[in-house]
Design a protein around this ligand. Structure first.
Ligand SMILES: [Zn+2]
Length: 937
């Protein structure tokens, strides 16, 4: 057996206080658990030593000089000392003794990699050397893992919870609406001249995160008293978070606005003024608040009290790239705030960071996380809390970050290697290679990792394929070990998902369907079994997974458990035999008075190439002779408007052999040309083919260009096509600016905002990627469209028709969200809504000068009547306009915020769980990429 000796004598007993606190009890249990694993027996726990040597003394605040106590502080520092044949562990706080025990175990040869990830020492004898170890954590708050309770990582955190779940957004809980809303609506935020408490029930106030009126002296009194009670009921807790509710609903009353240096704009001074009051009234605790959204810039007049700490939040959209430091192009808005806070208030500063990029796709923010932890510490920041964690190689990030939280100067490369060697066993070499490759990809300055950005900005298909090869090898290496194999596969699921998103034949007409199906089957097999994020949220999983299966693979899974779907099952067992109904749709590009077909998006042919034999080299596709499988070019495309008579302009050339090749051209099945082609030989030239009125149509159309000649040799009887344009014979004006149109189904269910079912394919995509998929991206009652690059903040117009099922006579005055077009974290874009009983419509715009609210009167509004709504924005004219039923628009001068960060989603209805939907039928939703609302209209 194992012998643990101190000065050549075995350790024989533990000494602990008579009535130890919970952490010391845990320390005893943990020590004995591992001691018995090694030696087969637990040591007796005594209150006084029976002998002079051979004891492990676990004590709180014992054996320390007052000076040493100050050094260790209150945040978990401890001392381990071997003295005269005994070991003493003492700490300055409850948890410190426990941390000390883990450290002692590591000294013996244990290694703690995570919960249930413990390496047992191989040596069977250990002589504790002359030891006197004092460890003090660099960070006071260390919430870098998910459980917040990973003792083995020395990460216990003494934050106090106000309810079982709430410890952060506590403000509303300090002044509970159920107690005060009715009698004192003035305690709560005023919006648009109305106290929110007079509109909402207490439950709604919590769910909508209503803010407090922070200037009200009574509010401060009540909050300070409740904070005191909270502290009295939370023994041993050090940190009390007093933080605004999420969102932007700050009180607009005159007294609150007076607390802002620029009234109504930045609220940091207002918040600190209030938090300072609470801190002065509770001098024995640390009061933690947050600098984010409208409190992110440093204060101008107010300085934090000495027991105030501030979570500074590198929050999107100010920090749009979690893979790089704050000087990266997408993060620069935050940099001056960071510098301002760290230079003036570093002793008050903690950080609240967001390393979760994607719950499903590949990401590797690890190296940037480590860099930031080191940098934060250098800049005097003393606490860190992650909101979300990386989903790929999560356990690795926990381990390294936990080590850095104590000592940010550690070299992370050996820690990474050590962890990977332990965790991935025989697959470690390949997984290390995966890490290194992905790290190199992530560090490139042009790669962006952000929840708001598409995966294409992070990684491309060849890189994903390279990583897949490494993963395939790693799987092979660990095939004999089910636990390690599952670990490798869990990680692989993120890569597979990413690969499938990049490679999907819906967007890559040249993708190999066989490869796609096999990788899809592999992915589905893993996520059904995996322990990763999916498995934890089966309901979310179901909706998101259905949506994803539709948009990535064209699989239409009815509303049920997707795992039971026949196509899904078949893909998991015999992918090669599955037929996928993939609609390879061509998305046209707008050009002057018409559209162009991108060559990459036509199908039926080999990929585009550069052809320059005896002619100027140009990119083209080849339509080959009738004996080959590449004899017809096909394009399915959507027209947003009816163009009337039009013509097809084709730039191309005939083959380099004598005699012109016979071709036919059909649009929507109608023959518009048949005969010898009119292109030159050994040069490029145009053919213009008239399309009579009545052949093209709004919505879905098809084009087919076919070579009709047979040939024995693939090298003859072909044509090359360099450019394909559809041009209108008559000007089509503003309609041409239309970049998205959806009529929706007439039978949509009003209660669900619009349609709960997937929008038809033909409505799904136009011009680069308005992808409806299933309706429920975030909640059950909303249609979410990915906006691709279609919506820009420089100029645009959105119009729609809406048939409300409520009217001005209704008694419940709910606000109904019609369009929610906002950037990440609701800090840019628009919210179009209406209180059903009020005779005006609201458009909230997030502008450079704060929020601008535009009201447009609609007195004739009534249930069951179609109403037309339009709004537009224009950077050049600096206007935002709103018009109802073609009235003269109401116009305000403003520029939208975050021009570089247009919204990635358009929601019809509300994306927020507790906010009511439009409660209306909506049709003819149209988005223009120009401001087409004129004041005179
Ligand atoms: Zn107020």
């Amino acid at each position: 057996g194992f012998i643990f000796t101190v000065e050549s004598a075995p350790l024989r007993f533990l000494v602990a206080p008579v009535d130890p606190c919970q952490d010391v009890k845990t320390a005893i249990t943990e020590f004995n658990r591992y001691h018995s694993q090694l030696t087969g027996k637990a040591l007796p726990v005594l209150h006084s030593p029976p002998e002079k040597t051979g004891g492990l003394f676990l004590a709180q605040k014992a054996d320390f000089s007052p000076q040493e106590l100050t050094v260790t502080g209150s945040f978990g520092g401890y001392r381990i000392r071997q003295k005269e044949g005994n070991i003493h562990i003492a700490g300055a706080s409850d948890s410190a003794v426990l941390y000390g025990v883990y450290e002692l175990l590591e000294q013996i040869g244990f290694r703690f990699y995570g919960e249930d990830l413990v390496k047992i020492p191989e040596n069977h004898a250990f002589e504790l050397p002359d030891l006197d170890l004092l460890k003090v954590p660099a960070y006071d708050i260390r919430i870098v893992n998910a459980s917040e309770n990973l003792g083995a990582h020395n990460l216990h955190t003494r934050v106090a919870y106000i309810t079982k779940r709430v410890w952060e957004h506590t403000n509303l809980y300090l002044v509970p609406p159920e107690k005060y809303a009715e009698s004192h609506p003035e305690y709560y935020a005023m919006r648009d001249g109305v106290r929110q408490a007079s509109l909402l029930s207490p439950a709604e106030m919590y769910s909508q995160w209503v803010m407090l009126c922070l200037s009200n002296p009574k509010v401060r009194e009540i909050a300070a008293e409740n904070l005191k009670l909270w502290a009295e009921n939370s023994p041993g807790k050090l940190f009390y978070v007093v933080m605004q509710m999420d969102g932007y609903g700050w009180c607009q009353c005159p007294e609150c606005r007076k607390l802002d240096p620029v009234p109504g704009n930045i609220h940091t001074d207002r918040l600190l003024d209030y938090v300072n009051f609470l801190a002065r009234r509770n001098p024995d605790i640390l009061v933690v608040t947050a600098a984010y959204c409208y409190t992110a810039p440093p204060p101008i007049k107010i300085k934090p009290e000495k027991n105030v700490r501030i979570f500074l939040c590198p929050y999107t959209p100010e920090v749009g790239d979690q893979g790089h430091w704050f000087d990266a192009p997408d993060n620069r808005q935050f940099l001056p705030w960071y510098e301002g806070w760290t230079k003036q208030f570093s002793e008050h500063l903690y950080i609240y960071d967001y390393p979760l990029i994607s719950r499903r796709n590949l990401s590797l923010p690890h190296e940037q996380m480590y860099f930031r932890m080191k940098r934060y510490a250098q800049d005097g920041i003393r606490g860190i809390r992650y909101c979300g964690r990386p989903s790929f190689m999560t356990a690795l990030s926990y381990f390294v970050c936990a080590k850095l939280a104590w000592n940010p100067e550690l070299d992370t490369a050996p820690l990474t290697q050590e962890f990977i060697a332990f965790f991935y066993g025989d697959g470690a070499d390949e997984m290390q290679a995966v890490y290194e490759r992905l790290k190199a990809i992530a560090l490139q300055p042009d790669r962006i990792q952000s929840p708001a950005q598409p995966i294409q900005k992070f990684i491309n298909i060849p890189e994903a394929e390279e990583l897949l090869t490494l993963f395939d090898r790693a799987e092979e290496q660990v095939r004999q070990n089910p636990i390690t194999l599952q670990r490798v596969r869990d990680e692989k699921s993120f890569l597979l998902r990413t690969y499938l998103d990049l490679y999907t034949p819906i967007r890559n007409p040249t993708a190999d369907l066989g490869i796609f199906k096999r990788r899809l089957g592999e992915y589905l097999n893993i996520v059904v079994k995996t322990k990763n994020f999916f498995a934890k949220f089966p309901e979310t999983l179901d909706k998101r997974q259905r949506s994803w299966l539709w948009s990535c693979a064209g699989i239409d899974v009815p509303e049920k458990n997707w795992v039971e779907d026949a196509t899904v099952r078949a893909l998991m067992t015999c992918p090669d035999e599955v037929t996928l109904d993939i609609h390879r749709q061509t998305t046209l590009q707008s050009i002057e008075n018409g559209w162009e077909f991108p060559l990459e998006m036509v199908h039926g042919l080999e990929p585009p190439l550069i052809y320059g034999y005896h002619c100027p080299p140009r990119k083209c596709v080849l339509i080959r002779n009738n004996m080959t499988q590449f004899s017809a070019l096909d394009a399915d495309f959507i027209l947003p408007v009816y163009p009337g008579a039009a013509f097809l302009r084709i730039n191309g050339q005939d083959d380099d052999k004598p005699e012109a090749v016979h071709i036919s051209v059909r649009i929507n099945g109608a023959l518009i040309f048949e005969g010898k082609n009119g292109f030159p030989e050994n040069d490029w030239g145009d053919m213009e083919l008239q399309i009579p009125d009545g052949i093209l149509r709004t919505g879905s159309n098809t084009l087919r260009i076919k070579v009709n000649d047979d040939a024995q040799n693939i090298q003859t009887k072909w044509i090359a096509i360099h450019q394909l344009q559809l041009l209108c014979s008559n000007p089509i004006g503003n309609e041409n600016k239309r970049c998205f149109f959806a009529s929706f189904k007439e039978n949509c269910i009003a209660e669900h905002g619009a349609s709960k079912e997937p929008v038809e394919n033909t409505m799904r995509i136009f011009k680069e990627a308005l992808d409806a998929g299933y309706s429920a991206e975030t909640s059950q009652s909303v249609l979410g469209y990915m906006t691709g690059n279609n919506i820009r903040f420089s100029a645009g117009t959105i119009s729609l028709e809406m048939l409300p099922l409520w009217n001005l006579d209704d008694s419940d005055d709910h606000y109904r969200t019609i369009i929610d077009l906002r950037g990440p974290h609701n800090k840019s874009g628009f919210l179009l809504y209406k209180y059903n009983t009020r005779n005006f419509l609201n458009l909230l715009a997030y502008t450079e000068d704060g929020n601008v609210l535009i009201n447009s009167p609609c007195p004739e509004w009534q249930a069951g009547k179609w109403q037309k709504i339009s709004f537009s924005w224009n950077e050049e004219k600096q206007t935002i306009q709103l018009s109802v039923n073609n009235q003269k628009p109401v116009c305000k001068t403003a520029i939208l915020r975050n021009q570089q960060n247009p919204p990635t989603f358009l929601y019809v209805g509300s994306m927020q769980k507790y906010v009511r939907n439009a409660g209306a039928l909506i049709r003819n939703l149209t988005i223009y990429d120009a401001d087409i609302l004129h004041p005179m209209q």
